[in-house]
Ligand binder design. Structure first.
Ligand SMILES: *[C@@H]1O[C@H](CO)[C@@H](O)[C@H](O)[C@H]1NC(C)=O
Ligand SMILES: *[C@@H]1O[C@H](CO)[C@@H](O)[C@H](O)[C@H]1NC(C)=O
Length: 353
């Protein structure tokens, strides 16, 4: 990132030193919430052709070496938090703020050169959400990593042009717009499945699928990656099984009995390795078709089928409700960071079109 154009070498060094100290102090303050990452450094470079000296902020992510990384020792007797469940009975981590070190994760995934696809559906009037979605994703989603955005839309001409950071690309995929919003949401699984098979599998390692009526408001990075990833719905993390809004009719392909079910997962955010997303979307699409043949539709549409899938294909990583927050649910103490937020909107106005 370019900070200033030209100045003397000495002034550049002084400014770089100040910038570094400021970042360090500022970052140190943030360290208390385990959010700081010291991957940013300042340096002065001489431009060979013009002899100008430039101060730039360098993202050192790719230079981080795992074998020489200094960080606090993980302490077996001192868990960072004791107020939340951090592991499932099948030993999948539940990702909450304060439990992970971003530098270690970034270094690991940089070594692997991971490529991440983000799918989003901007159908009909929902296209109005895409600008804020992509702009905030540029700020907070997988910063420093390779990202391909895949925008499914029936209105390609309404997708604005975006300036993306290095290593990131955007593709607009034209799809039909179904009449009912329920069909739009249900057909998403089929569209993701088909494009995964035909294209995504050749372009990315992981796929993340997040609804368009959301904005990224805090860091969301490689800590969310895993083979099968579900997100706990913000409205149900303290609820009993009985209160989960699973599909309860036994004849539905989305049926979950009242004494079953682990968490209530949101339908607005799921992810996984590209091959696993293929299986997940194929399952949910077929479940929807099976119900359609019986003239049925699960209570919460693709969210119900997704919950059914996660019952028999347990997520290998579960994300806390930090990752799909809705301010309708206020600000409970356990949710220390709201990383992704539902956009307040007039549901009816958008859905009726
Ligand atoms: C985006 O850029 C292309 C090519 O530069 C241009 O043809 C198109 O009109 C632009 N679209 C918008 C919505 O600005
Ligand atoms: C997709 O799901 C259907 C129904 O569950 C199944 O019969 C089929 O084998 C699946 N396809 C693949 C390629 O996994």
């Amino acid at each position: 990132m370019e900070i200033r154009d030209t100045f003397s070498r000495r002034r550049c060094y002084i400014l770089a030193a100040f910038s570094f100290v400021f970042t360090f102090l500022f970052g140190w303050y943030g360290l208390k919430s385990s959010e700081w990452h010291p991957s940013i450094i300042f340096r002065c470079t001489v431009n060979n052709t013009s002899d100008d000296i430039r101060l730039s902020r360098l993202d050192l992510l790719s230079d981080v070496r795992l074998d020489r990384m200094v960080y606090a020792k993980p302490d077996v007797l001192q868990p960072p938090r004791t107020d939340v469940l951090t592991i499932t009975p099948w030993l999948a981590p539940i990702v909450w703020n304060g439990f992970y070190n971003r530098d270690i994760l970034n270094a690991q995934y940089h070594q692997a050169g991971v490529r991440i696809g983000l799918t989003v559906f901007a159908i009909k009037k929902y296209v109005i959400f895409i600008k804020d979605y992509i702009e905030t994703a540029e700020k907070f989603f997988m910063v420093g990593h390779k990202v391909n955005y895949y925008i499914f839309t029936d209105r390609p001409n309404d997708i604005p042009n975006f300036t993306l950071a290095e290593g990131r690309s955007l593709s607009v995929l034209e799809v039909p717009g179904y009449k009912r919003w329920q069909d739009v949401t249900m057909r998403r699984m089929q569209m993701i499945r088909d494009h995964t098979r035909d294209r995504f599998v050749n372009e990315v390692d992981y796929l993340v699928c997040i609804d368009v009526d959301m904005v990224f408001s805090e860091h969301i990075g490689v800590e969310i990656l895993g083979d099968v990833v579900g997100v706990i719905h913000p409205g149900f993390f303290g609820a009993s099984r009985k209160a989960y809004t699973h599909e309860r009719r036994p004849e539905s392909a989305g049926y979950i009995a009242v004494d079953e079910g682990d968490f209530y997962y949101t339908g607005c955010f799921f992810g996984g390795a590209v091959e696993d997303i293929y299986k997940l979307t194929n399952f949910t699409h077929h479940a929807m078709l099976a119900d359609k043949a019986k003239n049925m539709e699960a209570l919460w549409h693709d969210e119900s089928y997704l919950n059914k899938y996660f019952l028999s294909h347990k997520p290998t990583k579960v994300l806390s409700p930090e990752y799909a927050w809705n301010n309708y649910y206020g600000s409970p103490a356990v949710v220390k960071v709201k990383r992704l937020l539902h956009v307040d909107k007039d549901f009816k106005a958008v859905r009726s079109n």
